[in-house]
Design a protein. Structure first.
Length: 210
């Protein structure tokens, strides 16, 4: 089921891009396994979302995607845990929202991407820090730049996040400002490839971008 959702979202992004006309050569993610699909996963504790008012949210962040073994687009499902906002406990509910990452055509290392937040109809990623108080929602949006991908010893890929202009809505006096605003997301994350076993990881394979 998860593979079907991610591949459907990835296919939609590629179809929309293709409809604009002929496309130049572009870099792609490559897995060295024998499977037609690759399970890509990463984890990090140093990534941070900074709201326009200065509030900083940190979490243990895990991303996972099922993509074709050679693909310019990967759709990542996020999982967040151990979240903190201004030193207080916070929760992040993805509500089915995913991140579609597409490598920019004719890019060079570190390879630039465009990122889209894709949420189910009527859903938004929700951040709650009740002790502040503050509730932040992030809905579907596209065209976000600032995420780059680069090879690390040809075995895995390093993602570097410097995403700006992330649209959000804030409610609560602890948010540092309410209403419609923009945030930035920074940090790094190693991405590793595995044989895809119906949306879970099998044997490790090399993952690279070129």
């Amino acid at each position: 089921m998860r593979r079907g959702i991610w591949l459907c979202a990835a296919s939609l992004v590629v179809m929309l891009a293709s409809s604009t006309g002929a496309r130049a050569a572009e870099p792609e993610l490559h897995c060295t396994g024998s499977s037609s699909y690759c399970f890509i996963t990463g984890s990090s504790t140093d990534n941070a979302l900074r709201l326009e008012g200065g509030l900083k949210l940190t979490c243990t962040t895990q991303l996972s995607a099922t993509a074709a073994s050679t693909a310019a687009t990967a759709v990542f499902a996020p999982t967040y845990s151990k979240c903190k906002a201004a030193g207080l406990a916070a929760t992040v509910k993805s509500e089915g929202c995913v991140y579609s990452v597409h490598l920019v055509e004719e890019g060079t290392t570190p390879y630039p991407t465009t990122t889209a937040v894709v949420c189910p109809e009527g859903k938004k990623l929700t951040i709650e820090a009740a002790g502040l108080p503050c509730t932040v929602t992030i809905g579907s949006q596209s065209g976000l730049s600032g995420l780059t991908l680069e090879d690390v010893e040809a075995t895995h890929v390093k993602a570097t996040f410097a995403l700006k202009g992330i649209a959000y809505t804030a409610v609560g006096s602890g948010c540092g400002g309410e209403g419609s605003r923009t945030a930035e997301y920074t940090g790094t994350m190693p991405l590793n490839g595995y044989e895809d076993l119906s949306g879970s990881e099998g044997s490790a394979v090399w993952l690279h971008v070129l």
